[in-house]
Design a protein around this ligand. Structure first.
Ligand code: 6PG
Length: 264
């Protein structure tokens, strides 16, 4: 059985508020990491939800652009589509347009997954990138300070889709995962790597995710069907950043604010 974790569900009233909450979480996590270790190593997801957060972080009218010590941030991706970095499906392209082009993050601090390469080569190269960036020896696993995940409508997270080979990889750090549902390949961190994150936070928004939020975080354990259930951080805690719409089907009173759920 999976390790029990405490879920800290932080529920914002609406899309605008959850974007702010996510930006605050991002900035706070970086500040804590830099204060403790002089560097912050963060892995971000793609998809559509994070875009508004990246735009807020890079907005000169908001405090984050000045507040965040960008030169101390090492930025990584949780996963990437196997397309060139200029392709409309590229997570890197989305992040570049929403944030990277507007922030003073040194180029050498941006650790892009090379989606343009053969998937297995891209995975191997990214694994080597992680080993070098984290100065890993032997079987050591990288400890990201913050990992931001999304939740797909089918219960996937990262590029760990239901019934795909990637769900069974326990030793590698990064893999190429064939996603038969999308007839495509993806490069993704493996779930044991994600579980080593100091802080792991799902960022989930919208009514269309509410049923899957309940299924994944309050339903029976079936990770082949709902791979996001594999995310049970070794820290013993898991953060959910939700809006009231995506939190609507969680058990208990509609939690606006902060609620702790125990996940057995
Ligand atoms: C990706 C993401 C993926 C995403 C979920 C949710 O490459 O698409 O890493 O895991 O987080 O699919 O995506 P939305 O935020 O678009 O709902």
């Amino acid at each position: 059985m999976p390790r029990p974790v405490s879920i800290i569900a932080k529920v914002a009233a609406n899309a605008e508020e959850i974007t702010k909450l996510a930006a605050e979480t991002f900035a706070q996590s970086i500040a804590e990491a830099v204060s403790a270790r002089g560097v912050a190593r963060v892995a971000i997801s793609g998809g559509s939800t994070p875009r508004t957060v990246f735009e807020l972080l890079a907005n000169p009218a908001e405090p984050y652009l000045k507040q965040i010590p960008w030169d101390k941030l090492q930025l990584f991706w949780v996963d990437e589509r196997c397309v060139p970095p200029t392709h409309e499906e590229s997570n890197y392209r989305m992040t570049k347009a929403a944030m990277l082009d507007q922030i003073p993050l040194p180029a050498e601090n941006i650790h892009r997954m090379e989606g343009e390469l053969d998937p297995e080569e891209a995975a191997s190269r990214y694994e080597a990138e992680l080993r070098n960036a984290f100065r890993l020896e032997g079987a050591q696993t990288p400890t990201f300070d913050l990992i931001i995940l999304g939740l797909g409508p089918d219960g996937h997270t990262a590029s760990l889709f239901p019934h795909t080979e990637g769900l069974h990889e326990m030793s590698r750090l990064v893999i190429a995962n064939h996603v038969v549902q999308k007839e495509t390949w993806r490069v993704t961190l493996t779930w044991p790597v994600i579980n080593q994150g100091r802080e792991v936070a799902f960022l989930i928004e919208g009514e269309e995710k509410a049923e899957m939020v309940r299924t994944v975080f309050a339903g029976s354990y079936n990770p082949e069907e709902w791979p996001a259930q594999l995310i049970r951080p070794a820290s013993g805690k898991l953060t959910l950043l939700l809006d009231s719409a995506s939190a609507a089907q969680l058990p208990g009173p509609p939690p606006v604010g902060e609620t702790t759920l125990e996940l057995q």
